[in-house]
Design a protein around this ligand. Structure first.
Ligand SMILES: [Cu+2]
Length: 119
């Protein structure tokens, strides 16, 4: 699994923040992301944004990452929802987040915190 462009958008400190990344599956086997965790988030949930007139998002149980393929968590689609950001979650900082997979494996990476404009 190769993770790139990992970042968190912090709009208002202490309000829920969304985490984004691109994950490439080079394991040769289909995998699913089944959960996520971070010491700086309280709960870290898998969310999917939907646009049906209003901004709306729902929790998902898992996200497929097919063998040889990749998945993008990006504004307007899948994201990690950092429910209770710690004081570390502010633009310029880096926080660690861990993804867990259906085979029991995990991947921990540094996520750069950016502001509302993604800067
Ligand atoms: Cu969300």
């Amino acid at each position: 699994m190769v993770l790139s462009n990992a970042w968190v958008r912090s709009v208002v400190p202490s309000r829920p923040a969304a985490g984004y990344f691109t994950l490439k599956n080079e394991t040769g086997k289909d995998r699913k992301i089944v959960s996520a965790a971070s010491p700086d988030c309280g709960m870290l949930m898998l969310h999917l944004s939907k646009h049906n007139g209003n901004e709306h998002m729902e929790m998902v149980d898992s996200v497929d990452v097919p063998a040889g393929g990749s998945v993008s968590f990006a504004p307007g689609g899948y994201h990690l929802m950092c429910v209770q950001p710690s004081e570390q979650v502010k633009p310029g900082n880096v926080v660690q987040m861990t993804l867990a997979f259906d085979d029991g494996g995990t991947l921990t990476a540094d996520f750069k915190v950016r502001n509302a404009k993604g800067e």
